[in-house]
Design a protein around this ligand. Structure first.
Ligand code: BES
Ligand code: ZN
Length: 406
């Protein structure tokens, strides 16, 4: 049982300066939680009902290094609505895993050296030439047709099943001359699975080159009942990966080392899907070459220069420097810039926390980011939603995969 007094004490004695961009909450998170508890209807007082056996109970952390706090299912919903930053460590606590790995001297594992410059132009350019902008639109209209892809919703679970079927169809069309293609669901303790598509390397135990994007969406003001098309956040990154996978398979791509595409569930609820996958890979001692994260690739604010903002925190500076070089080499009409999240804002953080090199190219710089995310207005019909801009990210994925895995 959690002592209410202890929580209040923590709240006053711990000065936390967490600034949440989309949050209307201005007070420190622990004070906010104390208020939620103080205002809870009589009989629903969480301090008397909190217990590990409560099926809806979650363990969350507001900042790195803090002791995890137990919260009830109702408080979890309030937390999602608040827009406050937090990490959900109920299923997987990556920080605890890092501590354990460091103690046993087993911390992160060995990919290949990141090259200093692109060198696979002869193989990459012909595949880039086959990429379709129209396919992004078709694939995205399927993803935005669900009322929501919330990780706990039936429509969210259905969206993952349907994507799995689509990817399996692509895999079954593989010619046989390329690397072996497999597509599988990675199930979680909640309904919506994550999905993994793999193109086998000639060296099957080689370090894996991964590109990932979260498939789930959220309506922040009403997570369980609201409409959440999630076109930009993150239907856009998902369709980039579908098209890159489709055309690499069609090209009979046969890498030296394995390549994987990941579509995660539960990112919007605290990076849950990627944390579970990253933990499982770490436990299995798989070696990882690199992880590239796509989360929001289609918003282009009117009147601004098209640019890709490379997130500089919780990423590898070496890998980022290399992927930046792919922009002038393979993309058109877009420049590489630097961006910053300031918190564990997307799935690259799950890989980075376990010590794997990650890179996160984002649709813009923070100043010009999409104001509609996490609402019913995150649609592809906005005039600032640009398939042409998103198309550049499909090229980037193909170049990244081929340069690093061939
Ligand atoms: N796509 C966002 C992260 C994002 C938003 C990056 C704006 C850059 C600019 C992601 O889906 C998200 O919403 N992340 C959560 C954090 C997560 C741990 C719950 C967030 O930012 O609140
Ligand atoms: Zn989001």
């Amino acid at each position: 049982m959690l002592a209410y007094a202890l929580l209040s004490l923590l709240a006053v004695s711990t000065p936390i300066a967490v600034e949440a961009c989309q949050s209307k909450v201005t007070k420190p998170p622990l004070l906010w939680l104390a208020d939620v508890r103080a205002n809870a209807a009589p009989g629903t007082d969480s301090t008397t009902t909190l217990s590990k056996s409560d099926p809806g109970m979650r363990l969350i952390r507001f900042e790195k290094g803090a002791v995890p706090i137990p919260i009830t299912a109702d408080e979890h919903i309030e937390l999602q609505k608040s827009g406050l930053r937090y990490t959900d460590v109920t299923e997987v606590d990556l920080e605890a895993i890092v501590t354990a790995k460091a103690a046993e001297g087993n911390y992160a594992s060995g990919g290949r050296a990141i090259p200093s410059a692109p060198s696979k132009q002869a193989q990459v350019k012909p595949v880039i030439a086959t990429l379709s902008q129209a396919n992004l639109k078709t694939d995205l209209s399927s993803l935005t047709a669900y009322k929501s892809r919330y990780y706990k919703s039936t429509t969210g679970a259905k969206s993952a099943q349907d994507l799995l079927a689509k990817l399996q169809t692509i895999a079954s069309s593989a010619s046989g001359s390329g690397g072996k293609v497999t597509v599988s669901a990675f199930s979680h303790t909640w309904g919506m699975s994550s999905i993994i598509a793999r193109i086998e390397g000639t060296n099957t135990a080689g370090a894996i080159t991964i590109a990932g994007a979260h498939l789930d969406s959220i309506n922040q003001s009403d997570p369980t009942g609201g409409t959440a098309p999630g076109a930009d956040d993150n239907g856009s990154g998902c369709v980039n990966l579908i098209e890159a996978f489709r055309k690499l398979v069609a090209a009979g791509f046969k890498p030296t080392n394995p390549v994987e595409f990941h579509w995660y569930s539960g990112e919007e609820a605290g990076l849950l899907g990627s944390a579970a996958v990253a933990r499982s890979y770490s436990t299995a001692k798989k070696s990882i070459n690199a992880y590239l994260n796509l989360d929001m690739t289609a918003w282009l604010q009117t009147g601004t220069t098209p640019q890709i903002g490379f997130v500089s925190d919780r990423t590898s500076s070496t890998l980022t420097a290399f992927v930046k070089k792919l922009v002038p080499e393979y993309l058109t009409g877009v420049i590489a810039s630097d961006d910053y999240c300031g918190y564990a804002c997307s799935d690259h953080a799950s890989w980075n926390t376990l010590g794997y090199p990650a890179v996160y190219p984002f649709e813009s710089i923070t100043k010009y980011e999409n104001p509609n995310i996490h609402t019913a207005a995150d649609t592809a019909t906005s005039s600032q939603f640009s398939y042409a801009h998103a198309h550049e990210f499909t090229k980037l994925v193909v170049a990244y995969v081929m340069e690093l895995a061939l």
